[in-house]
Design a protein around this ligand. Sequence first.
Ligand code: FE2
Length: 382
Amino acid sequence: MSETRYQVICEGGQVVAVTDHEQAQTARFHAIWLRDNAPDADTRSPSNGQRLIAIADIPQDIAVGSARVDDSNLIVDFMPEARSVAFDLAWLFANRYDTAPPTCQRGDVDDQTLLWDSGLGDDLPQADFSAVMSDDAALYRWLGDVVRFGFAFLSDGPVEDGALFRIIDRFGYVRETNYGRHFEVRSQVNPTNLAYTGLGLQAHTDNPYRDPLPTLQILYCLESSASGGDNMVVDGFAAAQRLRDENTDMFDVLADHCARFTYEGSADVSLTARRPLIQLAPDGQLVGVSFNNRSAAATTDVPFDKMPLFYQAIRRFAGIIDDPSMEVAFRLNPGDSFIVDNTRVLHARKAFSGSGSRWLQGAYADRDSLQSRHRVLAKQFA
Ligand code: FE2
């Protein structure tokens, strides 16, 4: 690189403008932002990358005395500290914030999210259990599917009590709850006894009454001799966008007001949480969907005049979620399992018929460790 590629202009000591002629781009950076993000050894630990300063350690009158390009770095001399810091130019342009305002429409998703519906068909994101257990490249691909699709299938694992923990151990940690480290989903199907009719369950996200809620769930099949009882998943983000595109007012009322959820199923537990059914970041990006009919509590956070619209919106949102064109169904045979991003993908069980038994084990985990593992593996396999 040479200085002719870059042009640097200091604007009154408060702003540095860097032009990359080769890429035909200019980015401006404030003095306070540059000082805050300085990579020198006094500001960031060379060993772990953690910041060593607080905002109060930066002078209020921080300014740039001079700035110049040296090889692949921007050298900035700060005042009044008399500190000279080298910024990698590629890092600076990768972290530029001097861009056009984002054109994110409320309910849009980030670039890595792939929305889906029944059109996914048999093209499930899936992998073989033993490959994911033994091969980091296969694990990387499978975790990438979870990141992009919000769910992934894993086939042909051992039919062993607790095998689901081996999956979680590959990327993170079990999220223990009042249900224990795992829970049993066991059904005996006997048509003569209405208590065990194997009713279907509407698509839902789990445990919205927790704060924070578990962000991943794994369901692992150990026994499946009943006919029916297929599992299915629905992309909550695709459902939310469909609601938005059909009726903006309905989308907005679900995004702008909290619903309430509760679980007091045993004497020693009283869980409550409130969150919108459709959760948006401040810039409007869709970041979460919670939908669970069984744990809904009285809604008290919607203004009186909007309550009828709120109920219309829930009814329509439920209708979209229940629309077969949104669902992807699959059968879990013993040794098969699937993982869902519980902040996005709803899961359901279809009704059983005939006789037989069905035994699944479920456990929760958290998405941050899965994403961390995926990012670390990306350095090797991306
Ligand atoms: Fe569930």
